[in-house]
Design a protein around this ligand. Structure first.
Ligand code: FES
Ligand SMILES: [Fe+2]
Length: 359
């Protein structure tokens, strides 16, 4: 039997990049997004429960079509369906602090565990309530305060996050993170989500696009590691620039690391700097429109504004010009596919192989 050759060759030296229809064709876009239900997604961080114990997570609805809420009672955190079991109204559209969820349509109430509590004018209804009247619960996973959820994840939470947890185990900042709303951003970009992600997955463009970032990173030491379901890039600091104080038990002991850039399929980026964590969530809104959400969690305020994670807005805006330009370019009849730099674009090659199922 002759084996069909994959669309993206496993050998990066032979491979051609992803055909442009993957960025421009609405049907291809829809079929890729339909697969997002089987992945884990970042929901929020425990410090986000400081004022409210019920948090809608609309960015997950935008990514998967599934309306969800997080509830916290005692120390138990749950991810519930945000869809009323009566006639389908959204139960909570805003964060709130309450012991009971009440549907705004006909006042059905639920406990924070999702159990149906009360429903007006239902005295004569037979076999009511039944378990079907409770809000369904989704899988959750928590790693040092970071909360993740999924509709029907195909891997266990532990296995999925293992590359991150094993590598970052030494980092004391993970237990000190506090939400800093001043670092939140919500960008709408005229590009396909994969162009945004692939731009993130290579440091190749840093000297050409990000002059200030280039000045604080040691270009020769920038590294990219691939793993099942994601990519880790490590930026090393130039002389005199801020870096992590790595203990001996870190696998990276001896390196001057300025930033860990973790990408987890499909659209989650965990950027870990000496000051803390910047979470980027890439939300594919339409085939040519992408929302990018930033959430900032600070561990060491004294390190803010310094080094590779110093001015994230400037880097972001520089990237947006590029990814919007590429969206116009890949829509051209004169362009379909390109080639990869084997030393600089392994992360992009990895993403393309995932998206085209060429693995
Ligand atoms: S739809 Fe919620 S009570 Fe009717
Ligand atoms: Fe960039």
């Amino acid at each position: 039997m002759v084996e069909e050759s994959p669309l993206i060759d496993a050998d990066i030296r032979k491979a051609h990049t992803m055909p442009s229809k993957y960025y421009t064709d609405p049907a291809t876009f829809a079929s890729i997004c339909a697969g997002f239900a089987s992945h884990w997604h970042f929901a929020t961080h425990t410090s986000d429960f400081a004022k409210n114990n019920v948090l809608p997570i609309p960015h997950i609805e935008s990514q998967t079509g599934e309306p969800m809420i997080l509830t916290k009672s005692e120390e138990e955190i749950r991810c519930l369906s945000n869809v009323c079991t009566h006639r389908g109204m959204i139960v909570a559209d805003e964060p709130c602090n309450t012991k009971t969820l009440q549907c705004p349509y006909h006042a059905r109430t639920f406990g924070l565990d999702g159990c149906m509590r009360n429903m007006p004018s239902f005295e004569d209804v037979e076999n009511f309530p039944s378990p079907l009247d409770n809000l369904p619960e989704f899988a959750t996973g928590v790693w040092n305060g970071l909360i993740f959820t999924g509709i029907s994840p195909s891997t266990s939470f532990e296995d999925w996050l293992k590359p991150v947890t094993e590598r970052m185990n030494w980092w004391p900042g993970i237990n000190q993170l506090q939400r800093d709303n001043s670092r939140d951003r919500d960008w709408m970009i005229e590009t396909n989500w994969a162009l945004y992600v692939e731009n993130y997955l290579e440091g190749f463009h840093i000297p050409f696009v990000h002059a200030d970032l280039h000045a604080v990173l040691e270009h020769e030491e920038y590294s990219t590691e691939l793993f099942e379901g994601g990519v880790l890039q490590i930026g090393e600091a130039s002389d005199g620039e801020p870096c992590f104080d790595l203990p001996k038990d870190s696998p990276d002991f001896g390196r001057k690391i300025a930033a860990y850039y973790w990408w987890l399929y499909p659209g989650l980026m965990l950027n870990i700097y000496p000051w803390g964590l910047s979470v980027n969530i890439v939300v594919p809104e339409e085939v040519g429109k992408t929302r990018v959400i930033y959430r900032g969690y600070v561990a060491d305020p004294e390190m803010l504004g310094k080094g590779a994670g110093g001015d994230l807005d400037k880097v972001e805006l520089e990237d947006q010009i590029i990814v919007e330009g590429c969206m116009r370019g890949v829509s051209s009849s004169a362009y379909d596919r390109g080639r990869y730099s084997p030393s600089m674009e392994t992360g992009v090659h990895h993403l393309h192989r995932m998206l085209t199922d060429s693995r």
